[in-house]
Write a protein that binds this ligand. Structure first.
Ligand SMILES: [Cu+2]
Length: 374
């Protein structure tokens, strides 16, 4: 009896410590960094990325195909960090709210409740142990205590529900009229994107493989592209400070478009459209993954978003053969950059279930064999 009690104390203490570690991410990073010094994010710094991009043309990240500047990911932003607990730095308003809600309300409340229950357990074990309490009480009801332990959780839950429902509502607030629509389409196993407000051009994004996994001359991932399993051959380019209407759907099974730094996770369901909206507040490269088990290569359909200034976005749209929002789809843009316009519209590459007609990466030689999917 005593040993089981001791065991549960140790277990509870362990759980509590884990919870405390979660509440204090900076403390938690230290051990992670100590145990895996080589695997930490500083690998993705500009000095390393620059030579890679300069020496090997075929490894230029997505934007470079259009002659736009290469944006290297920033360590610790928009991507996971080894040994780190907690939520990624947020770059949207909802994300900020949720992050604060989590760190300043939820975790403290959980911690206090856990400590309180742990204290009660200890107290009951000590105060009512057989030696000190040989004749057990036969009390079976106490109205006051029963009211307290029913009401207290109800009050706590109601207090938590207020900010929680507000946040939920904000996440599904319809996008304003000036929003730019991004349509993310899940496929086994890659993402394709359409920009219906910008002429409807399409971008296909496949995961970039490691150097050892590609044939000579094929494009492979570099640190300038992003972390392993998260870097994509084509990034989704979006403007900063402009509301984005995200709509998702899928061609085969249910996928989920999720980017932690945006506080976005939206299922992509075949035959229907889901919608949410967000505004990115800082330029940068942000990574995410499909977050719905969608088959064998579910873990290999990353999302890489490049947030740029509205001017850079307009230039990119033009390079893709698209038009600014509200402009009439004239013939002119198509002739302006025909090569770029078709570059990404030719469909899937290596994850596709059907053979790809040609590469999507004229400039980057991503000629991976098709049909290795199913
Ligand atoms: Cu998926």
């Amino acid at each position: 009896m005593r040993i089981t009690g001791l065991k549960s104390i140790v277990l509870a203490a362990g759980l509590l410590l884990a919870g405390a570690g979660h509440a204090a991410p900076p403390a938690a990073t230290a051990p992670g960094a100590a145990t895996a010094p080589t695997a930490t994010a500083p690998a993705v710094t500009a000095p390393q990325a620059a030579p890679a991009a300069a020496t090997a043309k075929p490894t230029d990240p997505a934007l470079a195909q259009d002659g736009a500047p290469i944006m290297a990911p920033t360590a610790g932003i928009g991507q996971p960090v080894d040994g780190h607990l907690g939520i990624q730095p947020q770059v949207t308003k909802n994300g900020d709210t949720a992050h604060r809600f989590h760190d300043h309300i939820l975790v403290p409340v959980i911690t206090v409740i856990s400590l309180f229950v742990l204290f009660l357990l200890f107290w009951v074990m000590y105060r009512y142990r057989a030696a000190a309490n040989p004749v057990a009480s036969r009390t079976s009801h106490n109205t006051f205590i029963e009211i307290v332990w029913t009401l207290a959780p109800v009050i706590i839950l109601v207090l938590l529900a207020v900010p929680s429902i507000g946040l939920l509502q904000a996440q599904y607030k319809p996008a304003p009229a000036n929003a730019i629509t991004l349509k993310a389409i899940g496929n086994q196993w890659y993402w394709s994107y359409q920009y219906p407000d910008n002429g409807g051009f399409e971008v296909t994004a496949n995961m970039l493989k490691e150097k050892a996994d590609v044939a000579a001359g094929e494009r492979f991932r570099t640190d300038a592209d992003g972390p392993r399993l998260l870097a994509a051959d084509n990034r989704v380019v979006l403007p900063v400070g402009v509301p984005i209407r995200l709509i998702t759907t899928a061609n085969d099974v249910i996928h989920s478009w999720a980017v932690p730094a945006f506080w976005i996770k939206l299922d992509a369901v075949p035959g229907r459209i889901n919608e949410t909206s967000f505004t990115i507040e800082k330029p940068g490269v942000y990574f995410g993954q499909c977050s719905e088990l969608c088959g064998a290569r579910h873990g290999y359909m990353p999302i890489a978003v490049e947030a740029v200034t509205p001017e850079q976005f307009a230039a990119w749209v033009k390079a893709k053969g698209g038009t600014p929002k509200g402009a009439k789809p004239a013939a002119a843009p198509a002739t302006a950059a025909p090569a770029a316009a078709v570059a990404n519209t030719t469909g899937p590459v290596e994850n596709a279930s059907l053979p790809a007609p040609t590469t999507t990466q004229g400039a980057t030689a991503n000629t991976a064999a098709a049909g290795t999917g199913r």
